[in-house]
Design a protein around this ligand. Structure first.
Ligand SMILES: [Fe+2]
Length: 309
């Protein structure tokens, strides 16, 4: 028998030893080791890009399509983040920055406040293009980043970041530890639900009366769900309502049965202002508890931030 350790070639989701190594060092941002992408990785990108393009033309909102054009992504090869940023930065100041894995909630929002988007650099296997529980570079760059070219959308992300700071500040004044944790969990649930039902899975009014388009990144990066979210009679679609969204559970392992519609990105930006005001008014202190416990790393990231306030 030879060596028991085989180094997996490429930067494939859950199979990249480079990522495991970087994660073990606990760094937030890493370099994108572009030469490590294998032929199969580039093929996966090319297949994903080729098959979804006609669906973007049909189902994506106009600003997403403008963003795709502005970024000039190569349809055939995994993008280099520095190339993406060369076109993105001058438009809104946002930049995609490579990370080694999951970024705890507060840190994630704080990056947005600084116009940095934590970006996964691994890509799904080329023989499993459809189902992937983890984010990958196709989701992050082709799904999220085109909207970051839009000023109102970019400002909305920054407002999410400010909301996270406001949350940490508000709970920093609570003396009783269990009350602090309870209130923090409630606010965090509200924030994450709002992020989920807008940035990840939001719908938007189209230009024609009664027409709907998709903008959420989970929809824009899914070949199946981008159609399902707009065509299926099984999906309920409602004009967005703050009190509903902050109390609404979601599950991540199947197509979304319930989606919310914003008028445009200016509307979304205003809603974030309302969310922050509700937080300050104590209206997010008692939202419906989550079905799953929040990850300890997420809660800890907010508690640590509150200590510095
Ligand atoms: Fe996402």
């Amino acid at each position: 028998m030879g060596s028991a350790t085989t180094i997996a070639p490429g930067l494939t989701t859950t199979e990249a030893s480079f990522i495991e190594e970087a994660r073990s060092h606990g760094q937030l941002f890493i370099e994108q080791p572009y030469d490590l992408y294998s032929k199969e990785n580039h093929q996966a990108w090319a297949s994903l890009y080729r098959r979804i393009t006609p669906r973007w033309e049909r189902y994506a909102n106009a600003r997403f399509l403008e963003g795709i054009r502005a970024l000039r992504l190569d349809p055939l090869r995994v993008p280099r983040l520095e190339d993406v940023n060369r076109f993105l930065c001058p438009l809104t100041g946002f930049e995609a920055r490579a990370v080694a894995g999951y970024v705890p909630a507060f840190l994630f929002f704080d990056c947005l406040r600084n116009r940095q988007f934590p970006t996964t650099i691994t890509i799904r296997r080329s023989d499993r293009l459809d189902y992937l529980p983890e984010p990958d570079i196709f989701h992050d760059i082709a799904g999220h980043v085109p909207m970051h070219t839009d000023p109102a959308f970019a400002d909305t992300l920054v407002r999410f970041g400010r909301c996270a700071h406001t949350a940490a500040e508000l709970v920093s004044g609570v003396k009783d530890e269990s009350e602090k944790l309870r209130r923090l969990s409630s606010i965090q649930n509200a924030l994450q639900r709002f992020f989920w039902f807008t940035i990840e899975f939001g719908l938007m009014r189209g230009e024609k009366a009664g027409e709907l388009k998709a903008y959420g990144s989970g929809l824009m990066s899914s070949y199946g769900e981008i159609v399902h979210c707009l065509e299926s009679p099984d999906v309920q679609r409602y004009p967005i309502q703050m009190e509903w969204v902050v109390n609404q559970h979601f599950e991540i392992d199947h197509y979304q049965p319930l989606l919310f519609v914003v008028n445009d990105f200016e509307h979304l930006f205003e809603l974030l202002g309302q969310l922050e005001q509700w937080m300050k008014d104590g209206k997010l202190d008692n939202v419906t508890p989550g079905w799953r416990d929040m990850s300890e790393a997420d809660v800890r990231s907010f508690l640590d931030a509150s200590l510095n306030k």
